[in-house]
Design a protein. Structure first.
Length: 69
């Protein structure tokens, strides 16, 4: 079990969170955490991903928007 102090929305303060027994084999690095004060559960995103790039269509150009006078 690992303890981390995080802000809990339910308790409205910083409290220790701990990882419950993990059936997925993560051990102490489990992304699921439980508030020791109220029992609220949180999931910590432990990965990063690259946002998709938008491709420009060929033959189109960007023109600035102009306001009518």
């Amino acid at each position: 079990m690992s303890d981390r102090e995080l802000y809990c929305d339910t308790c409205e303060s910083v409290v220790p969170f701990e990882a419950p027994p993990c059936v997925d084999g993560h051990g102490a690095e489990c992304p699921e955490l439980i508030c020791t004060g109220c029992g609220a559960a949180v999931l910590i995103a432990t990965f990063a991903f690259r946002a998709p790039r938008l491709e420009r269509r060929r033959g189109t150009t960007r023109t600035p928007h102009r306001r009518a006078a």
